[in-house]
Design a protein around this ligand. Structure first.
Ligand code: COA
Length: 338
C-alpha cells in the first residue's frame, strides 16, 4: 500500500536480485532449421549461441512470478511487505490488465500498488529510477522491479533479421529504504527517449493505430526492426549516456568496478567498451546463452554476475541500456545488499 509520506525517507538501496529462465533451450542450429542462417553468421554478427523460449502455456506473468519469488527469497522479505510492484515489459500477457497486478497477486504482495512500465529494453533501468524516486520521496519503503519478457511469441519466425536475436526471461531486484546518511545506493540516472525513430522497432498491428479488428497482413502483428538504424543508435547513445552520467557525478570510468550493459549484441557492447576504455575484466556478459531478453536482460546478467562472484558487495556498478521507443538509460549504483 502506498502510504502518505511518513517520517524521514531513507536512501534507496539495491537489496536483492533474482531471476527465472524457461527450460527450453533453442540453439543456433535450431534456428538454421527454419530460416536461411548459420551458427557462424549469428555468432560472428551478434555473439548469441542460444536463447530460452517459454513453454506454450507460459505467458509473461508466469515468468515474472517465478523471478519475483526468487528476488523475495534472496531478500528474505515477506511479500506482504512490498509497497509497489513494477514490471518493465513490452510483451505483456494482454494490452491490459497489467502483468504487475497479476504478479503482485500471485506472489502474495497483497499490500502493493502495481504498474507496468513500457520503455522496452531500457525498462529495467527506468524501473530502478521509479523505485528510487518512490523510496527517496518517502512514498514507499520496498519496491520490487521485475523485467519480464516473452519475445518468442511476438517474433516472425520467418524473418532471419530478427528471430535469431531475442529470447524469453524474467529477472529483477528489490529496492528498499536504507540509511538516509548512506553513501551506498543509487548515485545517479541518465534516461532519455527519441521518438523520431519510433518505428525502427515496433509491432505495427494490435494497438489503436492499426487495431486487430481491421484487416492486416499476418506478419504485421510481429516485431519489425530496422537493424542497421538501431545498431547506429545503440552504439551512439550507450557511450553518450555513460559519459554524461559520469561527468555529472564527477566520476571516471576507472571508478567503475563492473559494467553490465543491455545484452543485445556483442558487437554493440564491444564498441562501447572500447570507446569508454574500460577493461574487459570489469564487464559481465551472458548474451551468448540468452540472446536479447529486453527488460529482463540487465537484471538477469546482474543476477548471474552475483552468482559468478563478479558482482561483489561494495562494487560500483554501471548499468546501461537502449531499446524501442527509441529509449536509452544508464545508472550508477553502489551494490550493498546487506
Ligand atoms: N543470417 C544470415 N544472414 C542474415 C541474417 C541471419 N540471421 N540476418 C540478416 N542477414 C543478412 C542480410 O539479409 C544482409 O544480406 P544482404 O547483404 O544480402 O542484404 C546481410 O546479412 C547483412 O545484413 P545487415 O542488416 O547489414 O547485418 P548486420 O551486420 O547489421 O547485422 C543485426 C544485423 C540485426 C544483427 C544488427 O543490425 C543489429 O544487431 N542491430 C541492432 C539490433 C538490436 O540490438 N535490436 C534490439 C534493440 S533493444
Amino acid at each position: 500500500m502506498i502510504a502518505a509520506r511518513n517520517g524521514r525517507p531513507g536512501r534507496a538501496r539495491l537489496a536483492a536480485l533474482g531471476a527465472y529462465v524457461p527450460e527450453r533451450v533453442v540453439t543456433n542450429a535450431d534456428m538454421e532449421r527454419h530460416v536461411d542462417t548459420s551458427d557462424e553468421w549469428i555468432v560472428t554478427r551478434t555473439g548469441i549461441r542460444e536463447r530460452r523460449y517459454a513453454a506454450p502455456e507460459q505467458a509473461t506473468s508466469d515468468l515474472a512470478v517465478l523471478a519475483a519469488e526468487d528476488v523475495l527469497r534472496n531478500a528474505g522479505i515477506d511479500a506482504a511487505e512490498i509497497d509497489v510492484v513494477i514490471v518493465p515489459t513490452c510483451t505483456p500477457d494482454h494490452l491490459f490488465p497489467s502483468v504487475s497486478a497479476t504478479t503482485a497477486h500471485r506472489v502474495g504482495a497483497r499490500n502493493a500498488a502495481a504498474f507496468d512500465l513500457q520503455a522496452a529494453c531500457s525498462g529495467f533501468i527506468y524501473g530502478l529510477a521509479q523505485a528510487t524516486a518512490l523510496v527517496e520521496s518517502g512514498i514507499a519503503r520496498n519496491v520490487l522491479v521485475v523485467g519480464a519478457e516473452v519475445f518468442s511469441k511476438i517474433l516472425d519466425m520467418s524473418d532471419r533479421g530478427t528471430c535469431i536475436l531475442f529470447g524469453d526471461a524474467a529477472a529483477g531486484a528489490l529496492v528498499t529504504s536504507g540509511d538516509p546518511e548512506a553513501t551506498a545506493g543509487f548515485l545517479g540516472f541518465e534516461l532519455g527517449a527519441d521518438g523520431s525513430q519510433a518505428m525502427d522497432i515496433c509491432i505495427p498491428v494490435g494497438g489503436t493505430r492499426i487495431p486487430a479488428s481491421q484487416p492486416f497482413a499476418p506478419d504485421q502483428a510481429f516485431l519489425k526492426m530496422n537493424g542497421r538504424e538501431v545498431y547506429k543508435f545503440a552504439t551512439r547513445v550507450m557511450e553518450e549516456s555513460i559519459v554524461r552520467l559520469l561527468d555529472r557525478l564527477e566520476l571516471s570510468i576507472a571508478d567503475v568496478d563492473l559494467l553490465v550493459a543491455h545484452q543485445a549484441n556483442q558487437r554493440i557492447i564491444d564498441h562501447a567498451v572500447k570507446r569508454l576504455g574500460i577493461d574487459e575484466s570489469r564487464v559481465f556478459n551472458n548474451l551468448e546463452r540468452y540472446g536479447n531478453t529486453s527488460a529482463a536482460s540487465i537484471p538477469l546478467a546482474l543476477t548471474e554476475a552475483r552468482d559468478a562472484g563478479a558482482l561483489r558487495p561494495g562494487a560500483l556498478v554501471l548499468l546501461v541500456g537502449f531499446g524501442a521507443g527509441l529509449t536509452w538509460a544508464s545508472c550508477i549504483v553502489r551494490y550493498e545488499p546487506e
